[in-house]
Design a protein around this ligand. Structure first.
Ligand code: ZN
Length: 328
């Protein structure tokens, strides 16, 4: 939660068209991120207990960046090409998408509060270094490798775009869809609000998305239902943190296929279940784009994951996401 000293700045953002709510991160946001980074080591799964929805990548103190015109154009196009119904849903909560370097995360999303306690909306911050030079398939493949130590035995290839559309703009679009999933989680009945603290969480059944695959333990921790857990799940760290031996890749993806999670990242915590599920739902179901993971051992394909959303496991999640757009 970001406590602002300048609520009028944020109110003014809400008065602008959604596609114009972006730019260099304001100083008070960078100061907030620096103080969070200093007080807690953001190195793994901050989203489970932390004060922000963070997709970790780097640990450093944040600094403002001057955005290159071609980069800004890619961000604007990435947003403009999203479903109009999604842009409409974002109009109320989204304070903007802001950019910095050295965030301590590749991206993070958090709520902004006025000094009087009024919630102003939700802001997304993105680290420009994390994806500045990557096209969509390269970025998606790189991300999927991040939980594993480098090795030669297994290869993971992720395809989220056809060759014609395999560009940086579409990498940015998928990352933004994930962050917008976090934005739409705020003040919803899908999941607990991440900033209120687990003592104020309601019971499992009162959250329509959480209860599909998770439960709130007596401790307040959100843990997967037994059928959605697997031995290496809690050791998975995307972007940064301790990596697992690459030899575990086939076992982990086999175990993933027995669960109902839409992606491996979704299996790491309930907030990224929602955000990554949302991103892949919009990408595959609404935008009709590919999402395929191929695992190879040498030249031999040993596993292919595709068409999650047309399978029976996706039904309940799909109906939650369809419901979001039905209300738009
Ligand atoms: Zn996330």
């Amino acid at each position: 939660m970001i406590l602002t000293s300048d609520p009028d700045f944020w109110r003014a953002q809400l008065g602008r068209p959604v596609l114009e709510r972006l730019g260099v991160a304001p100083a008070e946001v960078l100061a907030y991120v620096a103080s969070v980074n200093a007080s807690q080591q953001i190195n793994q799964q901050a989203s489970q207990q932390g004060s922000q929805q963070s997709d970790p990548a780097l640990v450093a103190s944040p600094e403002a960046v001057v955005l290159a015109a071609d980069f800004l154009a890619d961000v604007q196009d990435a947003m403009a090409e999203m479903p109009p119904s999604l842009l409409k849903l974002l109009a109320r909560p989204l304070l903007g998408v802001y950019f910095a370097r050295g965030l301590g995360s590749s991206a993070l999303t958090d709520v902004v509060m006025a000094p009087d306690g009024q919630q102003l909306g939700v802001v997304c911050l993105m680290d420009t270094d994390a994806f500045l030079h990557r096209a969509a398939n390269d970025w998606a493949t790189w991300k999927e490798y991040t939980p594993f130590l480098p090795q030669e035995q297994y290869r993971i290839d992720v395809v989220i775009e056809t060759p014609d559309n395999d560009n940086r703009k579409n990498a940015i679009q998928f990352i933004l869809l994930h962050e917008f999933g976090h934005v739409l989680n705020a003040n919803s009945e899908y999941l607990p609000d991440w900033w209120i603290g687990s003592k104020r969480f309601k019971s499992t059944e009162e959250y329509s998305y959480l209860s599909l695959a998770w439960q709130i333990a007596m401790s307040g921790d959100v843990i997967p239902l037994l059928r959605n857990d697997f031995p290496q799940r809690k050791h998975l760290r995307f972007y940064t943190g301790d990596q697992l031996p690459g030899e575990l890749i086939p076992e982990i993806y086999q175990d993933l296929q027995k669960t109902s999670f839409p992606t491996l990242y979704a299996a790491t915590n309930v907030y990224d279940d929602f955000a990554d599920g949302f991103a892949s739902y919009v990408h595959e179901v609404i935008q009709q784009r590919p999402f395929e993971i191929c695992i190879r051992q040498g030249e031999q394909t040993i596993m292919e994951l595709r068409d999650y959303w047309s399978g029976p496991k996706a039904k309940t999640r799909a109906s939650v996401f369809a419901g979001i757009f039905a209300d738009a």
